[in-house]
Design a protein around this ligand. Structure first.
Ligand code: FES
Length: 95
């Protein structure tokens, strides 16, 4: 990882190393994170398709719920949070 492209993002309040050109999902998976959100029943979910189709990777990114982490590039200082669907209005297919 070239030093000039390395930075950190915050995942649930803790710093995670990140690299320019990677997605949020890629970065979290590389750092051992597998639960990206919890369904209304509390079941863990994480990326499945990694190409923007399944919506399983939704997270709260910089305060925006239902953000597809596989389609969102990391940026320095980004705040990423596990999404708890019981607290958020989820798309119809997940109800
Ligand atoms: S992993 Fe399928 S939309 Fe992100």
């Amino acid at each position: 990882m070239p030093a000039e492209s390395a930075f950190t993002i915050l995942f649930d309040g803790r710093p995670i190393p990140a690299e320019d050109g990677r997605s949020v999902a890629e970065t979290l998976l590389e750092n051992g994170v597998h639960t990206f959100r919890r369904t209304r029943n509390g079941e863990p979910r994480g990326p499945f398709c990694n190409m923007g189709i399944c919506f399983e990777c939704r997270m709260v990114i910089d305060g925006h719920p239902n953000s597809r982490s596989c389609m969102t590039p990391v940026r320095p200082g980004m705040r990423v949070e596990t999404q708890h669907d019981s607290n958020i209005e989820a798309p119809d297919e997940d109800r």
